[in-house]
Design a protein around this ligand. Structure first.
Ligand code: FCB
Length: 477
């Protein structure tokens, strides 16, 4: 069992802990047709009727391409030490490769300078899903060539911005790209093609490995890592007589959610327990690929939103809050939402202890590897009240509980170096459009006006004190 926090003590973080906020280019920038930017797959996808809720697109978003000094002001005023943003590949290479658009690089230089003036450092993600459409037209991540072009892009960006960036993240959540983009098609590029998804898995990893080498050559000494969305798989310890079945199911689910990216990165192999359909076929894997992919990481970025709980059950007769498990699991096992746990308005389970379990597990799997939470947060029904404030107490509670879990993990010896809240701003939440608000700063989309929410004040206090206050005995309603 997990330790229980003594209720009356603030939990400190180590000196120098990074406190940050995260965003991604397509979700906040807007200005999709200025200064020579090329099309991305998300432009194409969001402009296709029926793909994004309400027909929303990133055309304007938070207008951060123009309003970045204001965003930098917010980060500075909150006392955060780092901003995780992403670089739009089609701003730098409008055709994905070949012709360089220096205006694209200039924008990120200006952003990084604005951050530096306010004492905020920059953690840059090279690929947060906005693949140049021109590369998609040649197969996208299903094609090996995209991984090579990604390395070219990394080299150019590293060269141009290397003196300004504190830490590089190659790829954000490759699982979401291959699974939602290529297998189920609910994200750009909208394919539903199992073989393309498995190929994308390998080429995203290869792209990461090649980009890592390119960055290390361009900017020796600057840490390079990758960000994975990780889903701890937790089994009901009280299940009677089904321990072996549940353990087999746990391994398959863990390989599906985590191992398919984590094992190649950490150990240079695809996981043994993964369903065969999701594992890249041997003919795609060339000599040297697995060594490129498993070049030692300087850190691992972890995005945590929710775990998966499994228990014995009947997938053919699901009960309330039960779901079929992932493919490849033997009968007799279901996913479920534990009764006492609430959901966010994405219908995502809220389970802060899942984060603790995940961090402790990672520390065991990759001893000593520096970890950053590169995203964590929740959507809520936020609104400006008549006093002009956003009292998002559900988000305050969520952050408080998850930060407490981080502090506990640090106390248990996990090498956690920093935390980035998702997100600085309400923004374009992919297929959900603008309906789902994740920001600690409220954005009035018609005007672009920004209003820090109650959660921003809470988070700012944690960052300034470098400690999380004790959990209250009861939460305000
Ligand atoms: C993650 C994405 C991020 C954001 C959050 C809610 O999967 O990396 O862009 O959409 O989910």
């Amino acid at each position: 069992m997990t330790n229980v926090t003594p209720p009356d003590e603030a939990l400190p973080f180590p000196a120098g802990f990074t406190w940050g906020a995260a965003t991604a280019a397509y979700q906040i920038e807007g200005a999709t047709d200025v200064d020579g930017r090329g099309l991305s797959v998300w432009d194409t996808f969001s402009r296709t009727p029926g793909k994004v809720r309400g027909g929303d697109t990133g055309d304007v978003a938070c207008d951060s391409y123009r309003r970045y000094p204001e965003d930098a002001d917010l980060l500075g005023a909150l006392g955060l030490s780092s901003y995780r943003f992403s670089i739009s590949w089609p701003r730098v290479f409008p055709d994905g490769a070949g012709r360089l658009n220096t205006a694209g690089l200039d924008h990120y230089k200006a952003l990084l300078d604005a951050l530096a003036e306010r004492g905020v450092s920059g953690a840059a993600t090279l690929f947060h899903w906005d693949l140049p459409q021109a590369l998609q037209d040649r197969g996208g991540w299903a094609s090996r060539d995209t991984a090579l072009r990604f390395a070219d892009y990394a080299a150019v960006v590293g060269e141009a911005l290397g003196d300004r960036v504190e830490r590089w993240i190659t790829v954000n959540e490759p699982l979401v790209v291959s699974h939602l983009g290529y297998r189920t098609g609910v994200h750009a590029p909208g394919l539903a093609d199992e073989a393309a998804a498995a190929a994308a898995t390998h080429h995203l990893l290869l792209g990461h490995g090649l980009a890592t080498a390119a960055l290390r050559a361009a900017v020796p000494g600057t840490p390079v890592g990758i960000t994975l969305n990780l889903t701890p798989v937790l089994v009901d310890p009280n299940a009677n007589g089904s321990a072996d079945l549940l353990e087999r199911a746990r391994r398959v689910a863990d390989a599906t959610h985590n191992g398919v990216f984590l094992e190649p990165l950490l150990h240079g192999r695809y996981p043994e327990h993964a369903p065969p359909a999701i594992v890249p076929p041997a003919e795609l894997i060339r000599d040297g690929d697995m060594a490129t992919i498993s070049a030692p990481l300087d850190f691992l970025g972890v995005n945590y939103y929710r775990p998966q709980h499994l228990r014995a059950g009947d997938p053919a007769h699901l009960r309330l809050r039960e779901f079929p498990p992932v493919p490849g699991i033997e009968g007799g096992v279901v996913e479920y939402y534990p009764e006492e746990m609430e959901l966010t308005n994405m219908d995502w389970l809220i389970d802060p202890d899942g984060l603790y379990q995940l961090l402790v597990q990672l520390a065991a799997d990759a001893p000593g590897l520096p970890l950053y939470i590169t995203e964590n947060g929740r959507a809520a029904e936020d609104y400006l009240n008549p006093a002009g404030q956003v009292d998002d107490r559900e988000r305050v509670k969520y952050l408080h509980q998850h930060l407490e879990a981080c502090a506990r993990a640090v106390g248990a010896g996990v090498n956690l170096r920093g935390y980035y809240v998702w997100s600085l701003l309400d923004n374009f939440e992919w297929a959900y459009g603008y309906q789902k608000r994740f920001g600690i700063v409220y954005v009035d989309f018609p005007t672009g006006r920004r209003t820090p929410k109650a959660s921003a004040a809470f988070y700012s206090r944690v960052a300034r004190e470098n400690a999380v206050p004790p959990l209250p005995r009861s939460w305000p309603a």
